[in-house]
Write a protein that binds this ligand. Sequence first.
Ligand code: ADP
Ligand code: MG
Length: 396
Amino acid sequence: MAKKFLKDVAVRDRLVFVRNDFNVPLDAAGRITDDTRIQAAIPTFRYLIENGARVVCASHLGRPKGEVIPDCSLAPVAKRQGELLGQPVSFCPEVVGAKAEKAKAKLKAGKVLLLENLRFHPGETKNDAAFAAELARGIDLYVDDAFGACHRAHASIDQITRFVPQSVAGLLLKKEIDFLSMAADNPPDNYLVILGGAKVSDKLPLLTHLVTKADTILIGGAMAYTFLLARGMDVGSSRVEKDCLELCREILQKAEGGGVRILLPEDHIAATRIEPNITVRIIRPGEGIPGEMMGLDIGPETVEQYQAEIGRAELIFWNGPMGVFEVDTFAGGTMEIAAAVAAAKATTIIGGGDSIAAINKAGVARCISHISTGGGAALEFLAGDKLPGIEALTEA
Ligand code: ADP
Ligand code: MG
């Protein structure tokens, strides 16, 4: 169903509440170490400022669990946001209450106010109506730009929409929906999915759905070893999830029945420990991994085979690194796949925190069509799930 979009509605002189995902990493001194999420939200703010809206914005950061934890304050975000916007962003040390109301009332057209961490209030994650009503007080328009939080039915994502006159998608959320819908609803022929990373259990719901949608699925990372074990290969001490073996077998069978190709790594880089400079062994096709060794990266033949698939694809979605890319010894497979995806003729979409870190490490982020700001949300969207945050928006 078509949802309303920010550019469809009037904003001049209206008090607009923007829900952002400013959940950025901070170092011990409280400095922002990666401001990608703040940058990604800038176009919506530019649009609102240029069109004379009075802008209040809010986000969660970290896991303060309903208490005021000074280390999770959004104050550094307001400062950075102001630098990126080229105009100061005022900061209110409260989310709701007298100070917040006063700051909202004072707000002039074209100005931006950031509220304190939504999760300092227990009502946020409980989707509490009374808290949502307070957030919505005086608000003329709600703008959701927090794709990374759209899979959560939280007060500032879901309930708040019941207390405001209108709820629309911001520019960032619209971009996420447009790109991901391409993959979720109407993928072209030659839709290639690359899945890796640590936990199979996180990704099985998506895989179960993809075996009816994708043409080819390339599997790497630790999740490959649960599949390889399910196929009867010796995987040594590789990371496996034994309680997922049955479901892995079912997925492999379903794919075979439905004409979807699932490719598993044929060769591997293995070692006894995850350490830089440790001696590695290349496990050749057909060989098993010795008992004391772990598969920690895809091997050279797998890289070549996967590169060929990437070259043929029309649309690529990638989530999850191919190996322990944080350690250079085991980063080669992920870096080669990143370069191939960047060079591909296909439309390319990447989601997931570690996957984005990997694409940045490879230095090819510029060459990707869409880097999703939502890891879990992107996986749920592609699995065909309805996201509470998108469902709650006003229909066009
Ligand atoms: P994303 O954040 O992109 O969704 P995940 O969190 O699912 O990705 O997976 C990333 C993690 O998977 C990385 O920390 C990486 O070291 C780990 N990983 C990848 N391959 C292996 C492997 N073969 N063995 C152990 N861990 C792995
Ligand atoms: Mg991760």
